[in-house]
Design a protein around this ligand. Structure first.
Ligand code: PHE
Length: 336
């Protein structure tokens, strides 16, 4: 067989073996057979080149190289193809119309709380946080609520059973906080004036559930402490806050009231049609509260407020029943 015929036979056999390989392992066998350096067909072909006359050897050598390069290229291409995952049903056809997803929405109360933080943040209030499981000191005592106050009645609160107390902890009664005013104390224990914070979160009271009451609801507590904080500032902040969230047509009304932790105290109402709805309590921080956290009431004053978040959201969206918020009915929730 002359060298040309040998090259031709080698090339044809190699290319068809490469094309016939269906997986990487099979292709590797083909590589060893046709391109292996130590043995196999390439070695035989080299021997053919060795036998040609010396003057023809450069030309034949070049032909040998060409054939080997061609087979090597074919093998590499096949390798790449076999590496790729098979085109199958998982391939994405970008020309097809997409599947329609209904994106979920944040709960209306979550949206309201985001709005609240945004609005009150413009008055310079930052957000603080506190625990929902509280001790009597933070929920009552430090807030100047005496032992015999009706708000401390076990029937007015969700006390936790002693079995739930952490092991090794002193047996101190714990309850689900009934107001976010607890966070006033927690913040003042940690920081020195001036203070300007809000705290938003859940509170729990064993109230009879109806259209405007729930045993769990959300409050935004506000606290501002400084050298000369005044009641006028409190009223301005609450009016501006309410009209920013609810619109200019809302009227905010302050009624004299009583809270153990503020003096003087007011109840805050908003107009809703021809009616008034209570939205929270507020007042000037009682000197006893300032003393409880180690502040000097002769040096600093402050105001505090607690607003019901549900009621704001209800007025803004004309929701007539507070129970809607907690039923998880998507037909209701999807509207916001
Ligand atoms: N904590 C009071 C309540 O839940 C509201 C309040 C907060 C009143 C701050 C005065 C100052 O009813």
């Amino acid at each position: 067989m002359d060298h040309n015929a040998a090259f031709q036979a080698y090339e044809t056999a190699a290319l068809s073996a490469i094309a016939a390989a269906t997986d990487a392992a099979g292709l590797e066998k083909v590589r060893i057979e046709f391109l292996g350096k130590k043995q196999g067909q390439l070695k035989d072909l080299q021997a053919v080149v060795g036998k040609v006359a010396a003057d023809q050897r450069p030309a034949v050598g070049k032909l040998f190289n060409d054939v080997r390069d061609k087979v090597t290229a074919a093998l590499e291409e096949r390798q790449k193809l076999l590496e790729k995952p098979k085109k199958s049903l998982t391939a994405i056809d970008i020309a097809l119309p997409g599947t329609e997803f209904k994106l979920g929405k944040r709960h209306p109360l979550t949206q309201t709380m985001e709005d609240f933080k945004d609005i009150i943040g413009r008055f310079g209030f930052t957000v603080a946080d506190g625990p929902e499981i509280e001790d009597e000191y933070h929920n009552f005592k430090a807030l100047n609520i005496p032992d015999d106050h009706p708000a401390r009645d076990p029937l007015e609160n969700f006390y936790l059973s002693t079995a739930s107390y952490a092991a090794g902890q002193p047996l101190q009664p714990r309850l689900l906080r009934s107001q976010t005013s607890t966070v006033q104390i927690r913040v003042m224990e940690q920081q020195q004036p001036p203070i300007r914070i809000v705290s938003l979160g859940r509170v729990y009271r064993p109230d009879t559930i109806d259209a405007t009451h729930s045993c769990m609801f959300h409050q935004m507590e506000g606290l501002m402490i400084g050298a000369d904080v005044t009641m006028a500032q409190l009223k301005t902040v609450l009016r501006l806050f309410a009209t920013t969230y609810l619109g200019q047509d809302v009227t905010i009304r302050f009624r004299p009231s009583f809270f153990p932790f503020t003096e003087p105290s007011v109840e805050v109402d908003m107009s809703w049609g021809k009616d008034w709805l209570e939205i929270g309590g507020a007042g000037m921080v009682d000197p006893n509260v300032l003393k409880a956290v180690g502040y000097d009431p002769e040096v600093v004053t402050g105001f505090a407020f607690g607003l019901g978040i549900e009621r704001f959201c209800m007025r803004r969206h004309q929701i007539k029943d507070i129970r809607r918020f907690y039923e998880n009915d998507v037909r209701f929730l999807a509207q916001f």
